[in-house]
Design a protein around this ligand. Structure first.
Ligand SMILES: [Zn+2]
Ligand SMILES: [Zn+2]
Length: 340
């Protein structure tokens, strides 16, 4: 059997390599030649967790279908460029029927976590988890969309962000930086917040109207000053940091909305104040996207000519895995991808 080398998260908390057989498609499955595989903040969290049964890491895969078992879904062909939706729900329960497969209580697999993911030359996936990548988008853009960028798009969509908005985006890592690009494309004025100057520079280059360093200064005051004392109409929290979560909430004006997408590791008790009620504010959580939302997000990027490739600051080969995760963990990069 032909083999391949995949990147694994070792139980020591280290990045390593392991040999795997090159996958072959069984009924309902496809093999994708991975062209781009993104690194995500959640990978850093996974690296801290004890691992049981090493799988190929990576849940942001994009590439070409090289094998498709019969009977294959009509609409998919060998050679198609695809993004891999990284959850496979049971397909039958109410949440799956709603498209919310990531929340399926009977989830069959999650690529890069419970099943082999995209950090290897080939990836086995359920054919129904493959989403066609529009010709206009690069493989790197597809990898970004397949997790962080799609997450940012959905968060902003849920708040119906438009040209009438001043949006504060907390965190300018790959998700927040995507949020900056997308909110600009939606017509909004963007106030980008981070603690790393390198990431604020990226936000500025991505079109942020204002950038605010939360290091040593209170971003809430700065956001109020930039909005005539009122606060942002919408805030997107992508960092998962406890302080940023409460600042995001405080930065929003009356009737405003705050969407939390940054997962982080510490729970944040949200203070339900009289303000929340008297100002009739909306706080919502949003976790990744449904397949339909991934299709819609990809179409938006094409229609609005969002330059997703500007997100990518570092490209690595799979052999450079250790260096890639070291660079990403420093918290100063934009999107980091493995390209093959
Ligand atoms: Zn991710
Ligand atoms: Zn289900």
């Amino acid at each position: 059997m032909r083999g391949m080398r995949g990147i694994v998260f070792e139980s020591s908390g280290r990045v390593g390599f392991k040999d795997f057989p090159r996958p072959e498609a069984g009924p309902g499955e496809a093999v994708v030649r991975v062209r781009s595989s993104g690194i995500c903040g959640s990978d850093l969290q996974m690296l801290r967790e004890p691992q049981t049964g090493l799988v190929v890491s990576g849940h942001e895969a994009c590439g070409d279908i090289v094998e498709l078992a019969t009977p294959a879904p009509s609409g998919l062909r060998v050679g198609d460029r695809v993004m891999v939706y990284h959850y496979v729900g049971c397909g039958v329960c109410e949440l799956c029927a709603l498209g919310f497969e990531q929340g399926c209580p009977n989830r069959l697999s999650q690529y890069g976590r419970s099943a082999n993911g995209g950090n290897a030359p080939y990836m086995l996936a359920a054919a129904r988890a493959l989403i066609p990548l529009p010709d206009e988008l690069s493989y790197n853009a597809g990898a970004a969309l397949a997790c962080g960028t799609g997450t940012a798009w959905v968060g902003l969509r849920k708040m119906r962000v438009s040209g009438a908005d001043s949006v504060a985006i907390f965190g300018q890592g790959p998700v927040g930086l995507s949020g900056t690009l997308i909110a600009k494309a939606m017509g909004a004025r963007v106030i980008a917040v981070d603690i790393a100057q390198a990431r604020l520079d990226l936000a500025r280059a991505a079109g942020a109207d204002h950038v605010i360093s939360a290091r040593g200064a209170d971003p809430v005051t700065a956001i109020r000053e930039l909005t005539g004392g009122k606060g942002a109409t919408a805030a997107l929290e992508t960092s998962g940091s406890t302080s940023a979560r409460s600042q995001a909430l405080q930065s929003v004006r009356a009737m405003g909305q705050c969407c939390m997408v940054g997962i982080g590791h510490d729970p944040t008790p949200i203070e339900i104040t009289r303000d929340l009620i008297f100002k009739s504010q909306t706080v919502l959580g949003s976790w990744t996207f449904t397949k339909a939302e991934l299709i819609q997000a990809a179409r938006f990027m094409v229609d609005a000519t969002v330059q997703l490739d500007d997100l990518i600051t570092h490209r690595f080969s799979f052999d450079e895995a250790t260096e890639a995760f070291r660079v990403f963990a420093q918290g100063e990069s934009g999107k980091c991808v493995f390209v093959a």
